[in-house]
Design a binder for this molecule. Structure first.
Ligand code: ADP
Ligand code: ADP
Length: 217
C-alpha cells in the first residue's frame, strides 16, 4: 500500500506516520526529516536547501523531487510507502505518480489531516525534535521522560528555528495556498479522505486506521 498524509505544519503527520508505518509494515518517508538530516550531516543538498527552510519557503521542486523520490525507489520501500510532507506541489504529485507507475504501483490513498488554526499553533509552540533522529515530542502533550532528552536515543531535544516567528507564519500561509492544488489532484482521482486531527494521538490513529481499512474494501 502506498499512501500520503497531507496536513498543515503541526497537524500531526509525523507523529501518526511513525505509528502507522509500523502497524502497516510500510516505510515512513518525511521530506522535512530528509532536509533536517541533510543539515545535521552538512551535505550538498543541505547547502542548497537551507536558505529556503530557514525562511519557511518551499524548497524548489528541482531539489525536492529527486531528494525524496530517490528513497521511494529504494528496495526498503518495496512493500509500500507512507509519505509525510510530500507531495506539496502539483509537480511533486505528478513526479511521484511517474515513479510509482514505473514499478506498477500507484498512490492508493491520500488523507487530509484537518485541524483548527488554534490547535495547530498550540502543537507547534510546544514541539521539540531530537538531534539524532528527528523523534518528535511536545512539552505538554507528549513530554520526554527526562527533560530535553530523547527517550529513544538519549540525544538532546531542540525547537526548530522555523517553528517560530516569520518562518512559521510563512509556512502556514504557503500551506493553505498550495495545499488546495494537491488536495484537488487526489480528490479528482477519488483517493482523498479527510480526518479530524483535533483529537488525541490515539484517537487520530484509530480514525486513520478506519479510513485505511475502509479504502481497502
Ligand atoms: P511541517 O512539520 O511543518 O509539516 P516539514 O518538516 O514537513 O514541516 O518541512 C519543513 C520545511 O522543509 C518546509 O518549511 C520546507 O522548507 C521544506 N520542505 C519539506 N517538504 C517539502 C516539500 N515537499 N516541498 C518543498 N519543501 C519542503
Ligand atoms: P507535523 O509532522 O504534521 O508537522 P507533528 O507530528 O510534528 O506534526 O506534531 C506536531 C506537535 O504536536 C508535536 O509536538 C507532537 O508531539 C504533537 N502532537 C501530534 N499529534 C498530537 C495530538 N493528537 N494531540 C496532541 N499533540 C499532538
Amino acid at each position: 500500500m502506498d499512501s500520503i498524509l497531507i496536513g498543515a505544519p503541526g497537524a500531526g503527520k509525523g507523529t501518526q506516520a511513525e505509528k502507522l508505518s509500523q502497524l502497516l509494515g510500510v516505510r515512513h518517508i518525511a521530506s522535512g526529516d530528509l532536509f533536517r538530516k541533510a543539515f545535521e550531516e552538512q551535505t550538498e543538498l543541505a547547502l542548497k536547501a537551507q536558505k529556503y527552510v530557514d525562511l519557511g519557503e518551499l524548497v524548489p521542486d528541482e531539489l525536492t523531487i529527486p531528494a525524496v523520490l530517490r528513497h521511494v525507489e529504494e528496495p526498503e520501500s518495496m512493500h509500500g510507502v507512507l509519505l509525510d510532507g510530500f507531495p506539496r506541489t502539483l509537480a511533486q504529485a505528478q513526479a511521484l505518480d511517474a515513479v510509482l507507475q514505473g514499478v506498477n504501483r500507484q498512490i492508493d490513498l491520500a488523507i487530509y489531516l484537518k485541524l483548527s488554526r488554534e490547535e495547530l499553533l498550540r502543537r507547534i509552540a510546544g514541539r521539540l525534535f531530537c538531534h539524532a533522529h528527528q523523534h518528535v515530542y511536545h512539552v505538554q502533550f507528549r513530554p520526554p521522560k527526562v527533560a530535553d532528552t530523547c527517550d529513544l536515543d538519549g540525544s538532546k531535544l531542540y525547537q526548530r528555528p522555523d517553528d517560530t516567528g516569520e518562518a512559521l507564519r510563512r509556512r502556514l500561509v504557503i500551506f493553505f495556498n498550495e495545499a488546495t492544488q494537491v488536495l484537488d489532484y487526489y480528490r479528482k482521482q477519488h483517493k482523498l479522505r479527510k480526518v479530524d486531527g483535533n483529537q488525541s494521538i490515539d484517537q487520530v490513529t484509530a480514525m486513520l486506521l478506519n479510513e485505511i481499512n475502509d479504502s481497502m474494501r
